[in-house]
Design a binder for this molecule. Structure first.
Ligand code: ZN
Length: 79
């Protein structure tokens, strides 16, 4: 993506690289230092570093309406 964008839980994105299952659409499930994503094709969950995530996003498909969710201020380590 050429410009910075807001990463929000529940937003849907298309990534440049396809998942091994063939899907390229993902839903963000968690934000923080790492971004949690759910593959909308096979349902697998993966984590990407924020920087890596931003590099891989090709298109934002859907952004949830501005709403405050606990996920948006997630601070717990992902252990
Ligand atoms: Zn998949």
């Amino acid at each position: 993506m050429p410009v910075p964008f807001l990463i929000a839980p529940e937003m849907r994105v298309r990534l440049k690289k396809k998942h091994p299952c063939g899907g390229d659409m993902w839903q963000v499930t968690r934000t923080g230092a790492d971004i949690g994503m759910l593959c909308l094709t096979c349902g697998r969950r993966v984590f990407l570093e924020r920087e890596e995530f931003e590099r891989r996003v090709k298109e934002i498909l859907e952004t949830p309406a501005n709403k405050e969710t606990p996920d948006a201020i997630e601070t717990k380590p992902s252990l």
